[in-house]
Design a protein around this ligand. Structure first.
Ligand code: PMP
Length: 421
């Protein structure tokens, strides 16, 4: 019973533990793009970017089992698995991003990235957008805006208005690109005036947690110029767009067309096994190692590397980036055919979509929430995002088929027809 589980959670884990949906689901099994609950109901998973290859992909399951049966230990012994993986991973990057640190979560990866910027510049000032999430270490939580830190944001952290189809930025993307860069320039001046100096700007290249506002190639050019002029680093959080999700490229920064100094990775990296990484240039790595050394007991352990390597191979062998591009384009075209007076915008990159609900510039958060609940009732799992949680967020596993896309869009169509504005 769901209510028993909720009561047990509260008793054992404390209050306010996040769940999805008014009536949370107990998921007991997954396979491919499908999930099953404890009552045997099947759901089409349209939200999960952790099960990148589909749930329980046999090649990853096999790789984990074989390595776990052979050796798993901490990371101070020499082991070829981590080297084989880093070689394959960094082979996917340009811009001399040829070295990596393995960690266990996106939060840790971002924490390391912040320290890299500080090691290279000798400064402490950090900039992020005003509507984002980069993880939950204390340092990284200072860049996340959902729950302000006790005592307020520290002086070395500045938040700049994120690109957004609605206020405070709004307007054309070209104008937003200039406004975003101007915000970063102002924040740098403030950090310098306050004596912190400027170390780095952390952002997701497609602003996924901000609501995926549809930024395209060239958006970052004015901002990159501002950051470079000030001598700071660009720290690119690819936890959501990475590993081919955006279809047209392996990485979000490639799609948008800029060269970060540091890239952080997580969620989809090992298809559900907790693996993250920080990829950077040798000069940045040298400065970081000099300043901090760094040891991570579990980061890059043999089982994690086997899972991550199998994941990378399956993305290539099954042509999943191409699939994201093709099925993504097909699904987006169908989504753009959905009609409802509250649909303000429909956008996407590869297998990452957003449908924004607004009325005359006012976000329609409740409406969006009702669509998510109605979809769940019809066997489709979706999420929401945006300043007011008014944007449907869809990010299915990468083997999502045309048939799956048709099921998703037909279900949304049926739901929207029954929901008056
Ligand atoms: N960065 C981004 C953009 C994320 O969305 C998240 C997780 N939602 C994180 C970092 C943190 O990753 P983790 O939960 O693995 O620490």
């Amino acid at each position: 019973m769901t209510s028993d589980l909720l009561a047990r959670r509260a008793r054992l884990m404390g209050p306010n533990v996040p769940t999805f949906y008014d009536d949370p689901v107990e998921i007991v099994r997954g396979e491919g793009v499908w999930l099953w609950d404890a009552e045997g109901r099947r759901y089409l998973d349209c939200y999960n970017n952790v099960a990148h290859l589909g749930h329980c992909h046999p090649k990853v399951v096999e790789a984990i089992a074989a390595q776990a049966a052979t050796l798993n230990t901490h990371t101070r012994y020499l082991h070829r698995g981590i080297l084989d993986y880093i070689e394959r991973l960094t082979g996917k990057f340009g811009h001399d991003l040829s070295q990596a640190i393995m960690v266990c979560t996106g939060s840790e990866a971002n924490d390391v990235a912040l320290r890299m910027a500080q090691a290279v510049t000798g400064k402490t000032g950090l900039i992020a957008t005003d509507n984002t999430y980069h993880g939950n270490t204390t340092a990284v939580a200072h860049l996340s805006t959902r729950r302000p830190p006790i005592g307020g944001y520290p002086g070395h952290v500045r938040r700049v208005p994120a690109p957004d189809s609605l206020a405070p930025l709004g307007g054309s993307l070209a104008a937003q690109a200039q406004a975003f860069a101007a915000g970063v320039a102002r924040a740098i001046e403030e950090l310098e005036a306050a004596g912190h100096g400027f170390a780095g700007l952390m952002l997701c290249p497609i602003f996924a947690n901000e609501g995926t506002p549809g930024v395209g190639p060239g958006f970052m050019a004015p901002t990159v110029e501002v950051v470079r002029r000030a001598g700071g680093l660009i720290l690119c959080d690819e936890v959501q767009p990475g590993f081919g999700r955006v279809g047209a490229a392996w990485w979000g920064h490639e799609l948008i067309g800029f060269a970060p100094d540091v890239v952080t990775l997580g969620k989809p990296m090992a298809n559900g096994h907790p693996v993250g990484a920080v990829v950077t240039r040798p000069d940045v790595m040298a400065a970081f190692r000099e300043a901090f050394g760094y040891f991570n007991t579990f980061g890059g352990n043999p089982v994690s590397c086997a899972a991550a390597l199998a994941t990378l191979e399956v993305i290539e062998d099954e042509g999943l980036v191409e699939n994201a591009r093709e099925v993504g384009a097909y699904a987006l075209e169908m989504m753009r055919g959905l009609h409802h007076p509250l649909i303000a915008d429909t956008r996407g990159f590869g297998l990452f979509f957003g449908i924004e609900f607004a009325r005359e510039g006012a976000p329609q958060s409740d409406f969006c929430g009702r669509v998510v609940e109605a979809a769940k009732a019809r066997g489709i799992l979706l999420g929401r995002v945006g300043r007011a949680q008014h944007i449907l967020k869809m990010r299915p596993p990468m083997p999502f088929s045309r048939e799956n896309a048709e099921m998703l869009v037909e279900t949304l169509d049926a739901i929207l027809r029954e929901m008056p504005a």
